[in-house]
Design a binder for this molecule. Structure first.
Ligand code: ADP
Ligand code: MG
Length: 341
């Protein structure tokens, strides 16, 4: 393309909130045949919310369950962690009559409450019991130690510290925590609705689960079919579990799915598509987790101005989180080059 065409192309893009990092990227975009989407935050709104919970042992205290989960998730930046925190906080607010007495730290600031949801999580964390020696496990969850506030019959003689794990099946498997038939059945049912279950284990046994739903972006289905009409193949790669992933993909008409993929695995997935299809592959993602895949792709497209690392790794940055901009971006690069050749 001539410098003028590129300037015009990038100029039009910029007006649409699409930043293109150089003429190279623009040219590679004309050769894309496969578009790989991350699920959470890319095809879905990325605003997961807990829709329900279940505590499994009949004698396990519900408030203690919430506190344990919150203590662990407070240490994570993951959107699922924020969903669990908001939920725990709103449950505790209505169930505790003597919340301020029961909790260490300062009283819950009610005036602060309203702005949590917009920001995606509770800012005021005074109510959270602190965990210690926490560890975030990308693609799996978090683990930490928590001091129980009340006797927990379910865990035996009162320990001073209990191990709390919050995350998925892989985390439980890794830590040697068994998943009972009851828990497995609960998960199967909820995942069949396209929800994600986050498990909570205390002292090596699963005591409860949160069911979390993240609605699809309204334009997602239209964009997938538009890409298909342009002759492009659509894929979905996610760290989420297979059952949820398949349901979400089916809702969008995406046939090619890879699930339970760890962050490094997303880049491998892109690489293997490049090799087997010998074609240009675009990756569309929003998160830190997607950065290696954005770098690996022929065209990395970061969506939503969210994560700095993703923005840095990408060739295209879509400032809005509207998937229609993926179409605009690919279309624009074609137009820019058609003007010349
Ligand atoms: P995605 O590719 O869908 O953006 P991630 O790689 O971020 O997913 O996470 C994959 C899975 O790991 C999640 O679906 C969840 O089961 C689990 N997970 C990761 N972090 C957390 C956390 N802080 N709390 C609970 N579960 C988590
Ligand atoms: Mg994501």
């Amino acid at each position: 393309a001539t410098p003028t065409a590129v300037m015009v192309g990038t100029g039009v893009a910029a007006k649409n909130g699409i930043l293109i990092k150089g003429a190279d990227a623009l040219e590679r975009a004309t050769k894309v045949k496969i578009v790989v989407f991350d699920k959470t935050g890319t095809l879905t709104k990325g605003k997961p919310a807990v829709t329900e919970h279940k505590v499994f042992p009949p004698d396990f205290d519900f408030e203690e369950f919430l506190h344990m989960a919150a203590a662990a998730e407070a240490l994570s930046e993951h959107p699922l962690a924020r969903a669990v925190l908001s939920y725990a906080r709103s449950c505790l607010r209505v169930t505790s009559s003597n919340l301020n007495l029961a909790l260490p730290g300062k009283a819950l600031d009610r005036e602060d409450d309203e702005d949590d949801d917009e920001a995606g999580g509770p800012k005021n964390t005074a109510w959270i019991r602190r965990g210690h020696d926490a560890e975030g496990l990308p693609g799996r969850g978090v683990k930490c130690w928590v001091v129980p506030a009340i006797p927990l019959a379910a865990v035996g003689p009162q320990p001073s510290n209990v191990r709390v794990l919050v995350g998925n099946r892989a985390l439980m498997a890794e830590e040697g925590v068994p998943i009972s038939r009851e828990v497995a059945e609960y998960m199967r049912e909820k995942e069949g609705e396209g929800a994600t279950c986050v498990l909570v284990a205390v002292a090596q046994s699963v005591v409860g689960a949160f069911t979390i739903k993240d609605p699809l972006k309204p334009e997602a289905m239209g964009v997938v079919s538009a890409l298909r009409n342009m002759g492009l193949q659509c894929h979905m790669v996610t760290g989420d579990n297979w059952r949820t992933a398949r349901i979400v993909a089916a809702q969008l008409g995406i046939i090619n799915v890879q699930a339970e993929v760890l962050p490094a695995g997303k880049a491998d997935a892109v690489r293997s598509l490049q090799q087997t299809h010998k074609a240009g592959v675009a990756m569309v993602g929003d998160g830190v987790n997607d950065s290696p895949a954005l770098v690996q792709a022929d065209v990395g497209i970061a969506i939503g101005s969210g994560t700095d690392i993703a923005v840095e790794a990408a060739d295209y940055v879509l400032m809005r989180s509207d998937l229609e901009d993926v179409l605009t971006a690919l279309d624009l690069s074609k137009k820019t080059f058609r003007r010349i050749f």
